[in-house]
Design a protein around this ligand. Structure first.
Ligand code: SAH
Ligand code: SF4
Length: 360
């Protein structure tokens, strides 16, 4: 049964539902298959993106997020450009080959210009060799284009859930939190030529297993190049916290998140899939497990230490745990779990190039 599904090339929603429900030996089979596909299509490697969370100022009020605008207990920061560039230098010298810049969402000309200038400085500091991923939320097409022209090549904008109904339950009903706009932004990113990434939260209150199967089909249909998805983790100072009783226990939510990663790898063989920080909040070595079953990107947090505690999207956000997370010393670790680290390789998603070839 499961072996039959695992041999398929095309998957129906019923297949995906069945895979999402597997347990015991079948789960081992699923993970073995996803690992085999990972090795064949993207190699037995994990690529690094030095993650810099450069500002927690956000104008939005997503119900799940700890740095939402209405949370007054957050002390807001903006890392100075020079401090960001020092961390860029660290990543460059230590052969990370790639960076991710993430922030709260601000859509205004000052912010657009700031990021544009920052990208230009990063480009000249690294002789245009560092692959830069941005994750700064929804912006106009013109801003996305300017950032692309200034050197950004990848963009991560999670759809959060592919169900417009569930999306509405997780966000205020206003124009700042529109599912349609978020989708429009994703399309714009793709049409400009970014390697386009999206993702969802897993184990949200009100989320069904059908929603998750639909999320997988959404990513396939949208033909994404990269995915960053992870478990939803409660933050007490948010409106969604009152639904704590609807959450799966940590262990189950973690298992579901790992299944999502494995199934996505089988569904979209040559994309990049991140082993996200939120996984680690549920289990100390969950990120290692994720790269052993299908993920191939790791985002070590290199945000300067003084700011790190104020970027709490969720509770239990891990502090530095890896040798290469934000320490200014020579990095010598060669493997993450059992998987070799791809130092000096910027690790583009093969899917991006394969997609272009087939669409010509
Ligand atoms: N502001 C930008 C990028 C920063 S937020 C944006 O929203 O796109 C990055 C991601 O953090 C979000 O996409 C969301 O999926 C995730 N996130 C926020 N709150 C979370 C929570 N409580 N648990 C798990 N992930 C969360
Ligand atoms: Fe802001 Fe992103 Fe958090 Fe929403 S998820 S409140 S946009 S930082």
């Amino acid at each position: 049964m499961i072996t039959e599904i695992l041999q398929k090339d095309e998957f129906t929603k019923a297949d995906l539902l069945q895979l999402l429900k597997v347990e015991g030996q079948d789960l081992d089979l699923l993970f073995a298959k996803s690992n085999e596909i990972k090795k064949k299509y993207v190699g037995n490697k994990v690529y690094l993106r030095g993650l810099i969370e450069f500002s927690n100022v956000c104008l939005k009020n997503c119900y799940y997020c700890g740095i939402r605008q209405s949370n007054e207990s957050v002390s807001r920061f903006n890392v100075k450009d020079d401090d960001i560039l020092a961390m860029v230098q660290f990543a460059y010298e230590n052969n990370y080959a790639s960076l991710a810049l993430q922030s709260g969402e601000i859509e205004n000309p000052t912010f657009a210009l700031r990021v544009e200038n920052l990208l230009k400085k990063i480009s000249s500091l690294s002789n245009n060799t560092l692959g830069v991923t941005l994750s700064c939320g929804e912006q106009s097409k013109e801003t996305y284009q300017r950032w692309f022209d200034a050197g950004a090549r990848r963009y991560l904008l999670r759809i959060e859930t592919s169900s417009p109904e569930l999306y509405q339950k997780l966000h205020p009903s206003d124009t700042l939190h529109s599912f349609t706009r978020r989708l429009e932004c994703l399309k714009n990113l793709q049409s400009i030529g970014y390697q386009t990434g999206t993702g969802v939260m897993i184990g949200l209150p009100f989320q069904s297993i059908e929603n998750l199967a639909d999320d997988l089909l959404f990513m396939k249909r949208f033909d994404i190049d990269m995915c960053g998805m992870g478990p939803y983790i409660l933050h007490r100072e948010t409106p969604l916290a009152k639904y704590e009783n609807l959450l799966l226990p940590d262990k189950e939510r973690l298992k579901l998140s790992l299944k999502m990663i494995a199934i996505l790898r089988i569904l979209m063989k040559d994309i990049n899939i991140a082993s996200t920080t939120a996984l680690q909040s549920l289990c100390v070595d969950a990120r290692e497990k994720a790269v052993e079953i299908g993920a191939n990107v790791l985002m070590p947090n290199i945000t300067p230490g003084t700011y790190r505690n104020d970027y709490n999207l969720y509770e239990r956000k891990p502090k530095t745990s890896l040798q290469f997370e934000g320490k200014e010393e020579k990095i010598t670790t060669q493997k993450f779990g059992t998987v070799p680290i791809g130092y000096g390789q910027c690790g583009d998603a093969p899917h991006f190039f394969n997609r272009k070839k087939t669409s010509v």
